[in-house]
Design a protein around this ligand. Structure first.
Ligand code: DHB
Length: 424
């Protein structure tokens, strides 16, 4: 099989890339390990930065997001029994966020690509990459793959032959556990890791939202977050032991814990409903440097993971492939490699800033139970500062709605201004 860009992974990074390339006349083939149905029904992140939502809209895949997603003009920070709202448009010159599930974004992209005749091979596992330092890199893969989530193993149909895609470029969009990253040689690869001493217990709840806008709460017992997915579904999280088991948490215990952490002096109460999913999310920061080697380019979780606080994961994936699509377009239209050569450096500037923001939000909003009161009191003071100083509120807000895209190489100062406003 021959294509221009072979894309390993059909999540947000791989699918936005395939879509942007198609709009610029560049052909791609996407390999996705899971079935279409599994991807489309697995609930993941749900917050889109202003620029991410604009990109989807401007490229013709934002119609359902505008219809079914929810625009949020701010978030609430809660501590000491009181809730404080940050108004994003007011603090950032009109920018806001969209709450629209990652799986819905991917569903819209699958529909758009398949309607245009795009090639997405589901249940196909990449088994190896080769010739990455030649003009014709190759992806080996097998169809009929099934991921066994219990064992963390991939199984194949016994008669599945190994096949190969020959391409001009390989995009490794196969997530943290994918194979692509390992093809950046160890002697040039540096991996930065930070694990946090807690996890997030997440639930999905049937019933109307408890709040119109997200609530991030720090309480003596730990962090809690109230979010939504739709007018009929609430998404709630609370800090837990990362080694805890969902079976230790019957529904009533969950509601008591959430209510305790979210109570305000005014007696606010959470709207309960039927809990239909429980999961525990691990908290980790991870960054791989560089994000490219030869003709392999990593994007999204394959290259970096942020803790979920601040909802940057999917947005970073989209920002990466935006740069990659520009670089590939430049290559195919003028033969110039400048954007591709600077891919890693350009992306990592944003990645490190988003990692800093996610680390900072995480550190400010969670209880570090092994530490004394001093740290907790500093966290409360920081929240007091963030919610009472316009400068500090603006800093949180501009990061939350999304920093401007990094300028491409060769952009003059003048172009930089334009690049920033183009991403609004
Ligand atoms: C959600 C997740 C986040 O990490 C966050 O900061 C806000 C909302 C969510 O899943 O809705």
């Amino acid at each position: 099989m021959r294509t221009q860009v072979g894309i390993v992974g059909g999540g947000p990074a791989g699918m936005v890339l395939s879509h942007l390339l198609h709009l610029r006349g560049i052909e791609s083939v996407v390999l996705e390990l899971r079935s279409r149905q599994v991807v489309e029904t697995t609930v993941r992140a749900g917050v889109l930065e202003h620029g991410t939502a604009e990109l989807l809209r401007q490229t013709g895949v934002g119609e359902r997001m505008d219809r079914e997603g929810a625009v949020h003009h701010g978030v609430n920070l809660q501590f000491g029994g009181r809730r404080h709202r940050l108004d994003f448009p007011e603090l950032t010159g009109g920018r806001k966020i969209w709450v629209y599930g990652q799986q819905e974004v991917v569903k819209d992209l699958y529909a758009a690509r398949l309607q245009e005749g795009g090639q997405i091979i589901f249940e196909a596992a990449a088994t190896g990459l080769r010739d990455l330092d030649t003009p014709t890199p190759k992806i080996r893969f097998r169809r009929g793959a099934q991921l066994d989530p219990e064992a963390g193993e991939i199984r194949f149909h016994a008669d599945a032959e190994e096949e190969e895609i020959t391409c001009d470029f390989v995009a490794g969009c196969d997530g943290y556990f994918g194979v692509s990253r390992s093809y950046i040689p160890e002697d040039v690869r540096k991996e930065h890791v930070r694990t946090y001493p807690f996890g997030w217990f997440g639930i999905l709840v049937e019933g109307p939202p408890s709040t119109e806008e997200l609530i991030y709460a720090l309480h003596e017992r730990g962090f809690a977050l109230v979010s939504t997915r739709s007018p009929e579904i609430q998404r709630l999280y609370f800090q837990c032991d990362p080694h805890d088991d969902v079976d230790n948490w019957p529904d009533e215990r969950i509601w008591e814990e959430l209510q305790a952490r979210l109570e305000t002096d005014e007696g606010w109460t959470l709207k309960k409903g039927r809990i239909f999913q429980k999961d525990i999310v691990q908290m980790r920061s991870f960054i791989c440097e560089p994000m490219q080697h030869g003709r392999l380019f990593l994007a999204g979780d394959a290259a970096h993971i942020v803790p979920p606080t601040g909802a940057k994961g999917m947005n970073l994936a989209v920002a990466d492939v935006r740069v990659l699509a520009s670089g590939l377009t430049e290559f195919y239209t003028s033969g110039d490699n400048a954007i591709l050569d600077a891919y890693s450096e350009t992306c990592l500037r944003r990645v490190w800033k988003a990692s800093r923001f996610s680390w900072w939000m995480t550190s400010m909003l969670h209880r570090f139970h092994d530490e004394d009161d001093f740290r907790y009191r500093l966290q409360l003071a920081e929240l007091d500062y963030v919610t009472s100083s316009r400068a500090a509120s603006t800093s949180l807000a501009e990061n939350y709605v999304g920093l401007p895209m990094e300028p491409a190489p060769g952009d003059t100062a003048n172009n930089r201004g334009r690049a920033a406003s183009a991403s609004t």
